[in-house]
Write a protein that binds this ligand. Structure first.
Ligand code: ATP
Ligand code: MG
Length: 399
């Protein structure tokens, strides 16, 4: 998917172009200089930094003859102290990132990050027929009716999808992204503060779609796919059907909502609730729960009840998006569910969703097709989906 960026430095584009031109000349000149080309290519790779609220995930890929290999990666858990101010949180991220860069000796300066959550919005809208530059010039006026923010406070990104006719008038179907300037600049400041050159500020859901279209082979099969990236503070939902994104939405029920529910039910501290969440399973059918009660496993039942309460809220929201998708045409059907994000590891979540939505559920391994990626522990891999989607961005994705 070639759109979704909100920010991209001109400097990066110019340098990218020059490097590309040089690379072409070098390749033609001699095989020895091909080494130079591969070095240039490697330097052109983007350092992908998923600035999640629970952990920062970092990936650096380089192209190989058959695909990609992982050159470097990082998983930087954040402290997540409830009393921390946003400024303190930002400093925590910055310090972790700086330490990682020093330790890993990464010289690659071009970086990509992304945004999601309630400071941004994605809309599929029909604009009057305009050229790309005309729309760029008038985007604030055209987009105003579609966004819940003051146009002066946001940065726009858009991509024209296709021409359509509505009520006899030619229109163009466009995907519109509006993100609060403060969230975009906060991402830029973190990258720059760590000594990196921010090239792309993407949208989590678009980075994910970039990953699915390149790596999820099931996407080519008939029927729609419901993707859920269940992170810490947000769940990114996408429904993709025949290669087209039909629904993109962020839901604010995710890992931290589960943890808080355990804290409340057991009256315990954050760290304890976090570890109980990881060690306990959802007991969603009556038999499982009855057995736990009969065996006197009170804590198992209390934790499961707390988790199930949150999961039911999440399920209501997911049903809403699925129903919306199904209502758009009689041929529409959901054929599979794909999970990712750290919270995809919640025990029994896949089985619960499979019964609830009457579809097969799988957990995506975003590293499956990437060489040299075995060093990332298996339990961490679903959390790397956004980082890999960002790392797969190419310089011409923003042209
Ligand atoms: N084994 C596990 N069982 C249950 N939950 C888990 C497990 N491992 C990690 N998690 C949860 O996954 C969440 C972190 O996932 P992820 O790294 O995808 O979030 P994030 O990208 O940092 O957050 P966000 O994008 O929402 O800001 C945390 O809430 C964590 O408790
Ligand atoms: Mg995330």
């Amino acid at each position: 998917m070639k759109y979704g960026f909100l920010f991209h430095t001109k400097e990066a584009a110019i340098k990218g172009n020059l490097k590309e031109k040089f690379a072409k000349i070098a390749a033609a000149a001699s095989s020895q200089i091909k080494r130079v080309k591969s070095l240039i290519e490697a330097r052109k790779s983007l350092l992908a930094i998923d600035l999640g609220s629970y952990a920062v995930k970092i990936a650096l890929l380089s192209p190989t003859k058959t695909g990609f290999m992982l050159r470097s990666w990082g998983y930087l858990p954040l402290e997540n102290k409830p009393e921390e101010s946003p400024e303190e949180k930002k400093l925590g991220v910055l310090n972790a990132l700086r330490a990682f860069l020093i330790q890993s000796g990464i010289k690659n300066k071009y970086a990509a990050a992304s945004v999601s959550g309630n400071s941004m919005i994605v809309r599929y809208v029909k604009f009057p027929l305009l050229t790309k530059s005309e729309l760029s010039a008038t985007i604030a006026t055209e987009a105003e009716p579609f966004i819940p923010f003051d146009v002066n406070d946001v940065q726009f990104g858009f991509h024209i999808l296709e021409e359509t006719v509505e009520e006899g008038q030619k229109k163009m179907e466009t995907v519109l992204v509006a993100a609060k300037k403060e969230i975009v600049s906060s991402r830029v400041e973190i990258l720059q503060g760590a000594g990196l050159n921010p090239s792309i500020i993407d949208v989590d859901s678009f980075a994910l779609e970039n990953l699915f279209t390149q790596f999820d082979t099931s996407a080519a099969e008939p029927g729609g796919t419901l993707y859920l990236n269940i992170g810490h503070s947000v769940t990114n939902l996408s429904i993709i059907d025949k290669g087209n994104t039909r629904v993109v939405r962020d839901i604010f029920t995710a890992g931290q909502t589960f943890t808080r529910a355990i804290m409340k039910a057991l009256n315990c501290e954050l760290t304890q609730a976090e570890s109980l969440k990881r060690s306990h399973a959802l007991l969603f059918d009556a038999d499982q729960k009855d057995a736990a009660i009969a065996e006197g496993r009170k804590e198992d039942v209390a934790i499961s009840d707390a988790l199930m309460g949150v999961l039911k809220d999440l399920t209501v929201e997911v049903h809403r998006s699925v129903d919306f998708f199904l209502s758009q045409g009689s041929d529409r059907v959901i054929s599979r569910i794909v999970l990712m994000g750290g919270s995809a590891a919640l025990k029994n979540l896949d089985r619960y969703l499979s019964l609830e939505f009457k579809n097969p559920v799988s957990v995506l391994n975003p590293l499956a097709a990437i060489e040299n990626s075995q060093s990332i522990p298996k339990e961490m891999t679903p959390a790397f989906a956004v980082a890999i989607g960002l790392a797969l961005r190419k310089p011409n994705d923003w042209v």
